[in-house]
Design a protein around this ligand. Sequence first.
Ligand code: GAL
Length: 672
Amino acid sequence: MTSRLAALRARIGGYAFGGDYNPEQWDRPVWDEDVRLMREAGVNLVTLGVFAWASLEPEPDKFTFGWLDEVMDLLHANGIAVDLATPTAAPPAWLAREHPETLPVAEDGHVFGFGNRLQFDPTSAVYRDRAARITRALAERYSGHPALAMWHISNEYGPVAYTPSSAAAFRAWLQRKYGDLDTLNDAWYTRFWSQRYSAWDQVCPPEMPRSWSNPARRLDFTRFTSDALLECYTAERDIVRGYRDDIPVVTNYMRFYQRADYWRWAREQDAVALDIYPDPGQEDSRVAASLNFDLMRSLRGEPWLLMEQAASAVSQWRVNHPKRPGRMRLGSYQAIAHGADSVLFFQWRASRGGHERFHSAMLPHSGTAARTWNEVAELGRELPRIAASAGSRSRAQIALYFDWDAWWGLAESHGLPRNDFDYPALVTEHYRPLLLAQHAVDMVGAESDLSRYRLVVIPNAYLVGDQFTRALDEFVTGGGTVVCSFFSGVVDENNQVRQPAYPGAFRELIGAYIDEYWPGRADEEFAVRFADGTACTADWWQESIHPETAQVTARFTSGDLAGRPAVLANKRGAGRVVYVGTRLDRPGLARTLLGAAAGAGVSPVVAGAPEFVEAARRSTDSVEYLFLLNHSGIEAATVPVAPGGTDLITGSQVTGPVTLAPLAVAVLAYRK
Ligand code: GAL
């Protein structure tokens, strides 16, 4: 069976291009101009109705679909497909007024009032009932509409609530997980500080504690919250699917979003969709953007949807810089290079009022005279040239571990040797040298199949489960290479220290034990020397390492642990493990990771390109597409590539090395 995403692609005929369209913010005559300009810009898909609950149901059960009927018809008449949203991310004022119990309550008991959005408790039965009613009404009315191409459920799921309803749902979740209280008491190690529970009704969400609360309880509440939000999604998904089964149902994810375990969520969706807003004020934000794109592709191992990006400035930073000319185009191709099958924006027309009135749009306040409009419309007209590459896939030989349990373990755990771990930042530091050396990288989670990779990189996985520990060991003994960073494999799924320590899960894997963690002092740097004489520095973290089967490949040459191991290499079965027991500086980490990649026989996508060139491959059974992106705003770059391809954007033949002007993009197609 073709996937629902493939069906959407076939209908669109290539890359989806468009964005959030909020006609309810505008009077009727504006809509005609909207569709005329959409056609001019090559828009083929718009997301409709994301925040339209109050316009669709101004009073309970009184639906006003007339305006939406007209918009759907108008879009269809102009050949524009619709990604129709359920509006449940922004409940109307009447719900807050009549049912204040639907509002979320923070950890400290503070109730979030009406006037923003996402003001709902995901466990509230009343909220879920009202969300189901509007969803059903929309599905009933529009499932058969010819414009409908996809369902967009709610928007950026995120609220957490410390309410009586949340407490009841949390208890039910725990009962399903642990069965009885003794098991829960053991898992939460409640023998510490007299926290033992003797009846289920004593168990609550971890409200604001006097000082520090139980780390296993916090961890479970975080897992529960991700599941409660996912239930809101699946409830609405099942309703719309009941009316029509052949179109994709999605919701939109956020960049490095801590509250939802997207590995679990991705299984419940027809496609992964991402909203991304790299800060144009920070040149380096392109590294984390590519990492997030690779994560999105890896979650389902297939193309994904870039659901929202900004045409230029956003309105969420302290200072909101515009994207310099050419940057929006480059960022759009960057997403495509990493597997996106769409370029969609928030939003079509810039709002006149409301919080996001200065957020850029495809059609800015100054209309078609604006620079942004021209760049958007040019991109919309250009994308059809690379349409054949939509739907193509990629496969890397390097896997980078990114796991929500590992993240939550660090984030929900006060009382660690240091309490300022920034998991996404640490993962990004491991990704950076691979990206800058034009390596292809997939992300993996605790349940991913590792057998297809040559190198697996495990950054700071403090918490690991037994299943992953076993899978990793099998991968190594079977001949794989692992690079594992400090403070990994330390605790089990219940946030309890694995023994014998440390790292209880990985002691045999790394071939050493650690008897003490030794965080660095502020501004302290340690000199590190590799066995071949190369030197670098490290900071932030050290460990007192005792090799058992491992060889020492680098030692500290200054500081408290001078002379002691900093980096190890261990042979295990047919494989090899490099353990990095400190935070190496960028050259030190790059050398370690690139050395491991070369040792594992992994070649980059292109060789001999400067760091500011990004390279990625996508392929189908018959064609390979090579994407080359020059991120430098000032330097041109020449990239050695094989002759014989076609540059899809210019139509020219590739006869030798390709030269990319600053910010230029090339998409080269090679027949296999
Ligand atoms: C997204 C959100 C949109 C809009 C946008 C602005 O996170 O889904 O509704 O607020 O940010 O950047």
